[in-house]
Design a protein around this ligand. Structure first.
Ligand SMILES: NC(=O)c1ccc[n+]([C@@H]2O[C@H](COP(=O)([O-])OP(=O)(O)OC[C@H]3O[C@@H](n4cnc5c(N)ncnc54)[C@H](OP(=O)(O)O)[C@@H]3O)[C@@H](O)[C@H]2O)c1
Length: 248
């Protein structure tokens, strides 16, 4: 899909990788971006230059009313970017309860599902359009210190593959982005070295422009880990399995 003159919606646009999606979409000549955030006050810095292509949208991806309202307001979207994510970085057993595990599923899995369901007719109306789902290498290998986050991203990867098949009939391009630790608030809890959000976003948007309809491995650091995964999936999992959660 051509990005110039497209109309994008980015969830979690106020910071981290979402904010970089906004910057790079503007560089690539997007016509309009709905910059979606739970708290539109957090978009102040992004909106300060007064770029008329940016439209603030209040959107908690776990709130069905806000999701439905977003699909009505942003009825001209041609590129939906499911970027919003939550990671508690906790073990499956070491966590005090399952509250954060449920929140990870609500944001990362059900949020992606709800947004895509709400915008599928909008994308169809646009002749197909495109969808980017921000996944993680942890969709392929499980990190015990982020056990329930890994599970939520594995669920989202599975969902992304079915969405690609189901939305294929209406011509929607679906790109799932696999990435390792990246320099954001979320990534700061993961070991160095970290990738820049710019590397991740450039590869994701290049894939959209190239017409890729598949998962992509974003950034050199992810490509190195992915090569290790392809060569020896169980070996890489065994290595990751040594990264246990802190016991309290
Ligand atoms: N950083 C990494 O190492 C890394 C690696 C691979 C994949 N990813 C994925 O990349 C995506 C972006 O992550 P990031 O690193 O930029 O994380 P981040 O800096 O923690 O930002 C997360 C974003 O998601 C938003 N968000 C959280 N819950 C939400 C909800 N219920 N409704 C709407 N927005 C919500 C946050 O909004 P608030 O400001 O309102 O909290 C924030 O804008 C996520 O899907 C993440 O899983 C990250």
């Amino acid at each position: 899909m051509e990005i110039s003159n497209s109309v994008a919606l980015v969830t979690g646009a106020n910071r981290g990788i979402g904010r970089e999606f906004v910057a790079e979409l503007l560089n690539r000549g997007v016509a309009k971006i709905y910059v979606a955030s739970r708290d539109t006050a957090s978009l102040k810095d992004l909106l300060k230059d007064g770029d008329s292509r940016l439209v603030a949208l209040p959107l908690d991806v776990t709130d069905p009313d806000q999701v439905a309202a977003a699909a009505k307001i942003a009825a001209d979207v041609t590129l939906l970017i499911n970027n919003a994510g939550y990671a508690a970085f906790q073990g499956a057993i070491a966590a005090p309860d399952t509250d954060d595990a449920r929140r990870e599923m609500e944001v990362n899995y059900f949020g992606t599902l709800s947004l895509t369901r709400a915008f599928a007719p909008v994308l169809a109306e646009a002749g197909g359009g495109a969808l980017i789902n921000m996944l993680s290498m942890l969709a392929l290998v499980s990190l015990p210190m982020a056990a329930t986050y890994s599970a939520s991203k594995a669920a989202s990867l599975s969902l992304t593959r079915s969405l690609r098949a189901e939305l294929g009939a209406q011509g929607t391009q679906v790109v799932g982005v696999l990435a390792v630790q990246t320099e954001t608030n979320m990534g700061a809890k993961l070991p160095e070295p970290r990738m820049t959000p710019q590397e991740v976003v450039a590869d994701a948007l290049d894939a959209i422009q190239a017409g890729t309809n598949d998962e992509i491995i974003a950034g050199n650091q992810t490509r190195a880990i992915h090569e290790a995964f392809v060569a020896d999936p169980k070996g890489l999992q065994a290595k990751m399995s040594t990264r246990l959660p802190q016991r309290t």
